[in-house]
Design a protein. Structure first.
Length: 100
């Protein structure tokens, strides 16, 4: 029973830490995308707060590799290359929780 409680607490702590890290990571995005990812970045991008985490992750990986994007491709590549794959996952999950 104690092991189950410890595992549950560990999972809770990891999820809380990931959400916190996501919020911290998103601060770099909020200037263009809005505090809830509700804006078209610089008037060009799509609003991303309605996207699912896997779509956001795929887009960020594509920006990082230079294989995704339109008008904002250059700006987003410089942002995405700074993120590890793990940080992209955390950030994607966080953005997917934001609502309009």
């Amino acid at each position: 029973m104690k092991k189950l409680i410890l595992v549950a607490l560990a999972v809770f702590a990891i999820n809380a830490m990931a959400a916190s890290d996501g919020a911290t990571l998103f601060k770099n995005c909020a200037g263009c995308h809005g505090v809830n990812a509700q804006k078209k970045a610089l008037g060009f991008s799509k609003v991303i707060n309605s996207w699912k985490a896997d779509k956001i992750e795929s887009a960020l990986i594509g920006y990082k590799k230079g294989t995704y994007g339109g008008a904002m491709k250059g700006i987003m590549k410089t942002q995405a290359v700074r993120l590890s794959d793990e940080k992209i996952k955390i950030l994607s999950k966080y953005i997917s929780t934001l609502k309009k």
